[in-house]
Design a protein around this ligand. Sequence first.
Ligand SMILES: Nc1ncnc2c1ncn2[C@@H]1O[C@H](COP(=O)(O)OP(=O)(O)OP(=O)(O)O)[C@@H](O)[C@H]1O
Ligand SMILES: [Mg+2]
Length: 294
Amino acid sequence: MSGIGLPKVRSGKVREVYEAGEGRLLMVASDRISAFDVVLDQPIPDKGRVLTGLSTWWFDQTSDLVENHLISADPTDFPSTAGREVAGRAMLVRAARPVQLECVVRGYLFGSAWSEYKKQGTVNGDPLPPGLPQAEQLPAPIFTPTTKATEGHDMALTAEEAVDLVGRARYEELRDISIAIYRFGALKASLRGIILADTKFEFGEADGRLMLIDEILTPDSSRFWPADEWKPGTSPPSFDKQFVRQYLLDTGWDGTPPPPPLPETVVEGTRSRYVEAYERLTESSFDDWYGVDE
Ligand SMILES: Nc1ncnc2c1ncn2[C@@H]1O[C@H](COP(=O)(O)OP(=O)(O)OP(=O)(O)O)[C@@H](O)[C@H]1O
Ligand SMILES: [Mg+2]
């Protein structure tokens, strides 16, 4: 049992997951932030609400494309023991059996894909045209799945390795759905002046059906760049964790715990980037999301 009166199923880097009965879970997003798979000491105020608010909005937007796990983010639908403090940061969802693949889609060449390409001209083992600069848009979005590591870093998989993990038919289904949601998200974001550089989806099985689980198209699971500041060959500024990652890299930290503390300016800068991502994408005020004034 826990402070919110439900049995805790697991505690992830960002979320606490509780059993809510009848095949349902209550997923509560904290304000914790992780970078390079290490949870930092300072929370980012409002981050959990941004992630939940944005995921809820995208689940609704994409519901014709793919089924998802969301039952409700309305606190009046939560088990009565869950207090008001979870309002805005919690989602009641269908409990699913997670697919053992992180479904990454990339529309631009950046991050670990850029590192691999720079070294050997490939991304997840597949060759790309030569001479592409960092942050360049790819000819078409590519599916670059990784392992779902229980500890440490997720590892890039070749298509064959991913097929071995989940089977060919399932692999192709995950690839096609993931690319379709990426295309939809990228189009929506572009209308708001935001580039969706890359993103990660998680899928699960429940009631014998495949569905989208976890979070979707948030600053934690995606790279969002302001379109007017994107320039191939450079590292664009972003509405996501890249701001924190860059600060940590600039301190010379090598990624092994403990992480350096974040100065107040970095905490506040990160908060405002997350809130801006929410407001630009949803075209609504973050103040109107559940729980903000409570
Ligand atoms: N509908 C669902 N059914 C079952 N598990 C889910 C569902 N939605 C999300 N999850 C799992 O709940 C967890 C969410 O917690 P969180 O986001 O904090 O984890 P994480 O930091 O991404 O990863 P880690 O598991 O390494 O801590 C993830 O492991 C995710 O796969
Ligand atoms: Mg997660």
